[in-house]
Design a protein. Structure first.
Length: 476
């Protein structure tokens, strides 16, 4: 699915904020976990110190330390006080074999005590290990330990149990405000990202709207962008290009109107003559048919002339349709040499028929062009065939190619024929203009149209004994 720039920007900003919030939340959770664990350890150490001082006093008053500890009611009261701390699960005095001498749960007195890791080991680990220990399913137990000594010799130890399950409950309560802050932060970031995207992307929307208007053919499209940011230069560039395109379109429209005017003049001339002839012979035919002594041969003659003029009108219309019909060009990059090589056998055959010496001078270094090969070959072929027909008694035909200034390529068709009279030079590309008895007057018009469709130009120079057609096309 294609995502818009606005969506990508919002997603990007939200992702960055979300990632930052997640990192900060993990850091906060790790810090809070450590604080809660240290707080629980402090409470456990406080209880262990109270038990230690009472045990020291009890042991010094009797010969049997274990029996004295087990029988002391005050010590039992201190052990049982562990039940009033949410984070502490038990407190006990254990002998060197691991049996409980005294326990906060009286029913466990005398039983073997399981051994758990010290809480100092847990606090010495990293934040990930802390979080894993606290959020282990079912929780884990760690102990705060303190040895009991008599005459410098250990006879037991104090153990205070601390459950991570209880610490987790405190953490969950502390995390609720943090989770609310995360949701608010991400929602706020999304809203701010939307507003920023709207502001930052406005120039792009303005330029896109301008391009759409240009695509619809509007002239002089200008965009109004702020002059104090990075888009100002882009807006100025767009306005410059729009003005240039408008000027080019105006020039192209004038050129097309001129061509249309010439085309209309040619059409009017070609249609007028057959119609006038048809009207005259229809009138003569009418007179013949109305005459009692009508001449059948004359009637047939008038009908034949009218039919010929109708055919001429049909040829004129078909030629006109062929000239104005939109051409679906299939543009490909091709070398000028390959373009001419494909039609050289046809040109050579026509040259041999009229005794013309053909020379093709197109170096391999000539830049490639981007054209519809078939259409452009037909145009070059028309020029070459016309040149051969202009030299019925033989001569020389030269087809050449070269790169010229302005990143353009020229294709030259030069012959030594009888030349084009000066008064006809500005008419040869007009539709239906011809000096041949059997010419249609369409060939050079189609050459002119083909070159125009490829954004090129065509020039002609002629003197008695020399005619040169020069086609200029953009490089590929």
């Amino acid at each position: 699915m294609r995502l818009s720039i606005k969506t990508k920007q919002v997603a990007g900003v939200t992702s960055i904020v979300g990632l930052a919030v997640v990192v900060l939340s993990v850091f906060y959770l790790s810090s809070l976990t450590r604080v809660r664990l240290e707080e629980s350890r402090s409470r456990g150490e406080l209880l262990a110190n109270a038990i230690f001082h009472r045990a020291q006093a009890v042991v010094s008053n009797g010969p049997d330390p274990s029996a004295a500890l087990a029988a002391d009611a005050g010590l039992h009261s201190i052990l049982e006080s562990s039940a009033y701390s949410r984070q502490l699960t038990y407190a006990a005095i254990v002998d060197t074999q691991g049996h409980a001498i005294a326990h906060s749960d009286a029913s466990l007195t005398g039983q073997a005590m399981p051994s758990y890791d010290s809480v100092d080991v847990l606090l010495g680990q990293g934040p990930v290990a802390l979080a894993r220990a606290v959020y282990t399913p079912g929780g884990k137990i760690f102990e705060i330990r303190q040895p009991l000594l008599l005459s410098g010799k250990e006879f037991g130890s104090i153990r205070v149990g601390m459950s991570t399950l209880l610490i987790r409950h405190d953490l969950d309560e502390g995390l609720r405000p943090a989770l609310i802050a995360v949701v608010v932060a991400i929602a706020g970031a999304s809203l701010i990202a939307l507003l920023l995207a709207q502001i930052l992307l406005r120039p792009i929307h303005v330029i896109r709207s301008g391009i759409t208007r240009l695509g619809r053919g509007e002239f002089g499209v200008m965009v109004d962008l702020p002059r104090d940011d990075e888009f100002a230069e882009l807006g100025q560039f767009f306005n410059t290009m729009s003005a240039k395109m408008s000027a080019e379109r105006t020039h192209d429209a004038i050129r097309r109107l001129t061509a249309l005017s010439r085309l209309s003049a040619g059409i009017a001339h070609e249609v007028k003559n057959p119609i006038n002839a048809t009207v005259i012979h229809l009138e003569l035919l009418k007179q013949q048919l109305a005459s009692p002594a009508r001449d059948a041969a004359a009637v047939d003659e008038h009908v034949g002339i009218i039919a010929a003029q109708m055919r001429r009108l049909d040829e004129v219309v078909q030629g006109f349709l062929k000239f104005i019909r939109p051409e679906d060009l299939k543009l490909d990059v091709i070398s000028v040499r390959a373009l001419v090589d494909a039609i050289q056998p046809i040109i050579a055959a026509e040259a041999d028929r009229t005794g013309v010496q053909l020379t093709v001078d197109i170096p391999d270094t000539v830049p490639d062009i981007r054209v519809d090969a078939g259409v452009m070959q037909q145009a070059i072929l028309n020029l070459a065939i016309n040149a051969c027909q202009a030299m019925p008694d033989g001569g020389r035909l030269r087809i050449a190619g070269a790169g010229v200034s302005g990143r353009r390529v020229e294709i030259v068709c030069e012959d030594t024929g009888h030349g084009i009279p000066p008064e006809n030079l500005d008419k040869i590309f007009n539709l239906y203009f011809t000096t041949k008895d059997e010419g249609s007057g369409i060939g050079l018009s189609m050459v002119f149209r083909t070159v125009q469709l490829h954004d090129g130009e065509i020039e002609v120079q002629s003197t008695p004994g020399s005619t040169t057609f020069r086609i200029l096309l953009p490089q590929a």
